[in-house]
Write a protein that binds this ligand. Structure first.
Ligand SMILES: C[S@@+](CC[C@H](N)C(=O)[O-])C[C@H]1O[C@@H](n2cnc3c(N)ncnc32)[C@H](O)[C@@H]1O
Length: 214
């Protein structure tokens, strides 16, 4: 993990300056997310990066606890929160791997452009399920590398950099496998959308409101 956080620290300033690749798709994802959010909600975002999504959605919920492993990403996020006078987002240096999940304590969890970076997405999805209160939603946007020849080629190149600790390791799985991970964890798929072939897959998954698995 330390080398991963060094990589994200190194690119944080550049990442913050990068324009959103598909603004229309991003706006639609925000809109779909807002439809599942209510003003009383407590939300977790893991891998929040420079905080853009958390800060846009903050006015629609009670509180967002946003975590990331990169101190530099979080510095930028905190500066943006202060500049925009947003005080209901807490930014914390933490890995999703280390987050305590003994009690359900969030009504919604977001994880964007992160599941394909984790050593074990299934463990994380199961952890998110435990963190959510019944009826809670997990909103994610994930590149399904194994579905795309181009992305598989990029992964091959990135893997060489990862061997030397220069780039983060990417995990390749298909959209079908990702959906299977959600349903195996106990989630129901409320929304699934891929704006373009080979773009990230946007999923809103719900923890059933009734009796759930522990
Ligand atoms: C591709 S960026 C995505 C940032 C943001 N979610 C977005 O959509 O713009 C991935 C982020 O995940 C963070 N990250 C990587 N592994 C993590 C982990 N195990 N726990 C929390 N954050 C992590 C990185 O530091 C980085 O800021």
């Amino acid at each position: 993990m330390p080398s991963a956080s060094k990589f994200w620290d190194r690119i944080a300033e550049r990442y913050a300056r990068q324009p959103i690749a598909d603004e229309a798709a991003y706006q639609k994802k925000l809109q779909l997310t807002r439809e599942h959010f209510t003003p009383d909600m407590r939300v977790l975002e893991f891998g929040c990066g420079t905080g853009s999504t958390a800060l846009v959605l903050a006015p629609h919920v009670a509180h967002i606890h946003a975590i990331d492993i990169s101190p530099k990403m979080l510095d930028i996020a905190r500066q943006k929160a202060a500049a925009n006078h947003i005080d209901n987002v807490t930014f914390e240096l933490a890995s999703i791997d280390a987050l305590d999940a003994t009690e359900p304590r969030f009504n919604a969890v977001m994880g964007h452009s992160i599941l394909h970076l984790l050593d074990n997405k299934d463990e994380t999805i199961a952890k998110v399920y435990r963190l959510l209160t019944p009826g809670g939603v997990f909103v994610s946007s994930t590149m399904c590398i194994a579905d795309s020849f181009k992305m598989r080629m990029i992964k091959a190149v990135v893997s060489v950099g990862a061997l030397f600790g220069l780039l983060p390791q990417l995990r390749a799985f298909t959209q079908k496998a990702l959906l299977n991970s959600f349903t195996t964890a106990g989630f129901e798929i409320a929304h699934q959308w891929q704006p373009k072939p080979n773009s990230a897959v946007f999923i809103i998954a719900r923890k059933p409101a009734g009796p759930t698995r522990p």
